[in-house]
Design a protein. Structure first.
Ligand SMILES: Nc1ncnc2c1ncn2[C@@H]1O[C@H](COP(=O)(O)OP(=O)(O)OP(=O)(O)O)[C@@H](O)[C@H]1O
Length: 255
């Protein structure tokens, strides 16, 4: 397998506060993989993601993406990756279709906008202002913006935070489809079930350092030393919610 991302001894110190946000972090992500960065608040996940996206400069360390570096190959890299910084209101003054068109304009090739909106069940909302959408609908618009340019690598920062269980599961299936179409994904999440469901490999960061990394099952087995014997799956609160709200992964649940 070819490495899409190689990170070696990455370090970020925010100069104004002298805060060491990322401390000697190294990992690699392979072609077609979904890689998760997990960790508590303030662990350094977003900082790492922003550096990889070329939005922040590292203090030291080496990063290659598809064998390219930000210093030498910014234009090539912008065309290969997609991602939207989600926790802002920058796009609230645009309509859904305009948001996706804006991002399409950054790429040479892109998926026809209406086709993409239909795939993400946003067609009916195409003329809605972003500020008028629910959290789940907004997240789907952000994902559409991230993937419209058919990038080979997509960055997702806490893509399902704040979504109800149904919308989260809907979102997971969209991400799975994306992965199955060959797109490499680097995501952060606070949800362990999400990481287990979506991520082939992950790194757990604490105070800027990677404290554990590998495949989810290997990490579980290592952490509890003896392999866990799989029992028949018991229902969870999540299942109860889905049953009581009557929502399977249905189209109505998007509306
Ligand atoms: N612009 C900044 N200037 C100074 N310090 C910052 C800046 N951005 C983040 N930090 C600090 O760097 C550390 C890592 O922050 P970061 O946002 O990367 O963590 P995170 O793992 O994404 O957290 P969360 O899960 O809460 O989103 C935190 O201590 C944070 O306060």
């Amino acid at each position: 397998m070819t490495s899409v991302i190689e990170v070696k001894s990455l370090r970020k110190v925010y100069s104004r506060t002298n805060k060491v946000a990322v401390d000697d972090v190294s990992f690699s992500v392979q072609e077609g993989e979904c890689f998760g960065l997990l960790g508590p608040n303030g662990a350094g996940k977003t900082t790492t993601l922003e550096i990889l996206q070329g939005l922040r400069k590292p203090t030291s360390g080496e990063i290659t993406l598809f064998g390219y570096t930000w210093q030498k190959h910014e234009t090539q890299l912008r065309g290969l990756m997609g991602g939207v910084m989600q926790h802002n209101n920058l796009y609230d003054k645009l309509k859904v279709k305009e948001c996706v068109e804006l991002f399409a304009s950054f790429y040479q090739n892109y998926t026809p906008i209406l086709e993409l909106l239909e795939r993400f069940n946003l067609l009916e909302k195409k003329d809605a202002w972003l500020s008028e959408l629910s959290g789940g609908q907004k997240q789907r618009v952000f994902l559409a913006m991230a993937v419209v340019g058919q990038p080979r690598l997509v960055f997702l920062d806490e893509p399902t935070t704040g979504l109800d269980p149904t919308s989260r599961q809907d979102f997971w299936h969209i991400i799975k489809d994306l992965k199955e179409s060959g797109t490499c994904i680097l995501m952060t999440t606070h949800y362990m079930d999400e990481a287990e469901f979506l991520c082939d490999n992950l790194a757990i960061i604490n105070s800027g350092k990677i404290i554990e990394a590998g495949r989810p099952n290997d990490i579980i087995n290592r952490t509890f030393e003896a392999p866990i014997i799989k029992e028949p799956r018991k229902a969870t609160l999540n299942d109860v919610f889905l049953k009581l709200t009557g929502s399977s992964i249905s189209r109505e649940s998007y509306a």
